[in-house]
Design a protein around this ligand. Structure first.
Ligand code: EPZ
Length: 420
């Protein structure tokens, strides 16, 4: 298991290019199951999670090959309709194959996702929605067994906003007979990217970008190509790293409109930010001002930036609170940040952070993707050397992050870690 060895205390300077959005790719890839054909998914990031999804699709008969930034996908020979436990336990997003398989092939056997590093993550909204569309869903020995002669349009009103459930139901509805109305749909940019892809495949979807989607089912869709949107969480993570370490960086190939809440909070913390069409420049603040944050669904402050924000607040001039309203227990990074000298107390789903003068390097352990990102940015600020263990978590969602940070002047290297 690799580790990162980081020598902190240096400001970041220079330019970095943002990769395609992991959470868009993980929906776009299974969407190709909806029609036989050869697809080009452009700007697909080269990540562990993308490889996991590719391997899962390969077990179904899909062929995929990377061509530079594009992923070429061929769905002419899909002959298996299962997502086994060994895949789903590695990545919850595997559940995204459920909707397309039922819609196109009328059957699916998909393992229930286990919990994840920070607790249970149910899929009840996915199953309720599919049942409303006429699928017969049974749970058997940890598997979802789904059957549907054909899906029929329905009105589905989600009791809470869910990115995954919106994506799954949308991918099922586009081949259902009749109209489907999805209310309280997620409006994250990754869902908009998926909806645009489905429309380019011939689907009829109204309300894209809003929380009410109207889908007119089609008998069949056809192949299409798509540009994956930039990864707003990678972009946000780089901005926080710059604000924390000092210096001035420019991030390119990003979409500032997807980051308005993060940019606003960084300006509250004293950063100077200039945005272009596809770029953001940030001048770090002399002194980081404490800024309270509460995560929310898009376009609010993303839960996927919560850990990184806590890292920034550890050296703010004063106290702040960070509350996660989406995942109440997504705080495994807190005890590890405390090992670096942070002063943080937990109060249910709220972290109370008292700014300290400095962080000091130590050995810390990654526990999940965004927790690892928080440890990396904190280590870049900490005095002395930090070892961040188990960085395979980071490789799930950040493409070549050590190279990108080295390009900004960070002292970070990857080393073979001890096997646990
Ligand atoms: C997506 O997960 C993202 N993953 C997550 O990013 C992100 O944190 C999350 O959305 C919230 O923005 C991908 O897109 C692959 P949800 P998802 O369904 O779809 C509850 C990262 O770091 N819920 O929007 O699983 C759920 O427990 C990852 O890149 C139900 O109760 O999230 C949560 O409290 C981590 N029942 C809330 O809804 C359901 O059936 C939002 O979850 C589904 C969800």
């Amino acid at each position: 298991m690799d580790k990162f060895v980081i020598r902190g205390g240096r400001p970041l300077r220079g330019t970095v290019k943002i990769s395609g959005a992991k959470n868009a790719s993980l929906a776009l890839m299974p969407a190709t199951l909806l029609a036989s054909g050869k697809y080009e998914l452009r700007n697909t990031p080269d990540l562990r999670d993308v490889s996991t999804m590719a391997r899962l699709l390969q077990t179904m008969g899909v062929t995929l090959e990377r061509n530079g930034d594009s992923l070429l996908v061929n769905t002419f020979r899909v002959n298996k309709f299962e997502a086994p436990y060994e895949h789903v336990k590695k990545m919850r997003a595997s559940i995204y194959v459920l909707g397309p398989l039922i819609a196109r092939y009328g059957r699916a056997k998909v393992s229930l996702p286990g919990g994840c590093a920070w607790g249970p993550r149910p899929v009840d909204l996915h199953l309720e929605g599919l049942r409303k569309l006429g699928a017969k869903i049974e749970l058997e020995r940890g598997y979802i067994i789904a059957k549907a002669r054909h899906l029929k349009g329905a009105r589905i009103s989600f009791k809470i906003s869910s990115v995954g459930a919106t994506g799954n139901i949308l991918m099922a509805a586009v081949l259902a007979k009749g109209t489907t109305r999805i209310e309280n749909a997620a409006v994250e940019p990754e869902i908009t990217n998926l909806a645009e892809f489905l429309v380019s495949m011939g689907a009829k979807i109204d309300g894209i970008g809003t929380n009410v989607l109207e889908v007119e089912g089609s008998d069949a869709l056809h192949l299409a190509n798509i540009d994956t949107i930039p990864d707003r969480i990678e972009a946000g993570t780089m901005l926080v790293a710059a604000a924390l370490c000092g210096g001035k960086i420019k991030i390119e190939q990003c979409n500032p409109l997807h980051l308005s809440a993060v940019i606003a909070r960084l300006e509250d913390a004293g950063a100077k930010i200039k945005t272009g069409e596809t770029s953001i420049e940030i001048q770090a603040p002399k002194e980081i001002k404490p800024v309270d944050v509460s995560t929310a669904i898009y376009p609010g402050f993303p839960t996927d930036m919560q850990a990184q924000w806590i890292a920034l607040m550890t050296v703010a001039k004063g106290s702040s609170t960070v509350t996660d309203t989406i995942y109440f227990d997504r705080f495994n990074h807190v005890p590890e940040l405390v090992r670096l000298g942070a002063d943080i107390e937990m109060n249910e789903n709220m972290a109370v952070i008292r700014g300290v003068k400095k962080l000091k390097g130590a050995k810390v352990m990654s526990t999940d993707l965004r927790a690892s990102a928080a440890l990396i940015v904190a280590a870049l600020r900490a005095q002395g050397e930090t070892e961040v263990l188990r960085v395979y978590h980071l490789d799930r969602g950040y493409e070549a992050i050590e190279k990108k940070l080295q390009g900004l002047g960070a002292e970070i290297r990857r080393e073979k870690g001890e096997e646990f």
